[in-house]
Design a binder for this molecule. Sequence first.
Ligand SMILES: [Zn+2]
Length: 462
Amino acid sequence: MTKTMKHSIASGFLLTSILFLSLSASADPIILRRGASVAALNNNATTSATVPAGSHDLRAALAEKAIMLADAVAKRDQAIAKAEARQKQIGPKKDVIGKGDTLAIVLARAGAPANQAADAFAAVTKVFNPKDLRPGQQVSVHLAPAEDGEGLVLQSFALKASVERDVAVERQPDGTYKAADKLKPLTTEISRAAGTIDNSLFVSGTNAGIPVDVMMEMIKILSYDVDFQRDIQPGDGFDVVFEQKITPDRKLARNGRLLYASMTLSGTSLKLFRFEGDDGFVDFYNPKGESVRKALLKTPIDGAKLTSGFGMRQHPILGFSLMHKGVDFGAPTGTPIQAAGDGTIKVYGGNGAYGNYAQVQHNGQYATAYAHMSRFAPGLRVGSRVRQGQIIGYVGSTGRSTGAHLHYEVLVAGAQINPLSVKLPSGRKLEGQDLREFLNSVKNLEQKMDRLPQPVQVASAR
Ligand SMILES: [Zn+2]
């Protein structure tokens, strides 16, 4: 814009000079207006005041006009220089989201007029949830002087929402704002981190480059076989292979799936491989294709204590001896109850003395039941598939119950058994085509393990 203005002023000045020269040789009345703008001179030559004919008067008038025009040009140049300087000042302003910042605060801080900031904010919410604003995200706000010279106009702003995602809002010719988000294409890379435990798996693992979320999953799958309180000794080893999602500029966008986790405990190694079966269920298996996951949890509730075991007991409400066909876990009302194993919901609703009751069928033989629940989990119904550990309801005291607890039963072929004394079935074992595919994927991974790179670390600045 400023370049064009300068250009038109320069050519205007040139035109004026030519006019001046040609007019000084003529006796014809010329047409000029006091204070005429250069642009007006450039574009048309109408006037409101006529300079009278006569060489003396004409020369004086033209000389005066020339001075005036030169003056106008100088003033205009000054104005342009000022505008340029101002634009430099207000051009794309970089900012970083601080604690407690909102987009409105950031836009106001950059000097955006409130009504435009509000319009731009309304536009951005179509592609970006303001709740996802995080300290450290970079923002760039671009303002320009208004065309009438009064104040500033918010032209655009851009937010680095994440390593892989930019969000931008731009002012349209009609003065509205339009938002767009750009996702960078990510590539999946496989990384490996291995090391020896000095004191804690967590510290040694982090030092080796295992991201926290990967470490948590690793601990979860290993915890079926490893007692992390007791089994780990200094000198034990770990080895992890996992995916990372990398941006085109080689920054870590996020971590992907854990593919392999291994621990060597006092010389014995335990290796677990991720595998997705034909039915879409993902699990971790030992090299023989046996799931690490036990088919049923002994305690389908976190942090609860056993308050009543399985067997004959004096019933607290009925007052006479009765077979207690399950185990009771005391826990506060509202404590989440987990499905003890993968399966399908067979019963889900009120069930007499059991109160709110759920029964999950795990396979042809085993089922588990959960009673006295205060409420059911949203979205589940009879026939729903549930995974081990999935919340299926909440502890309560509905039905024949003296206080908040979970009554838990394990049924084999329809009859209750004592879940605490019976050896629960092990998890699933891959067979047939699944097993062949699994063994192949294990072989493939083992062949390339030695060549896998170290994990890409999180960049310190986003
Ligand atoms: Zn009970």
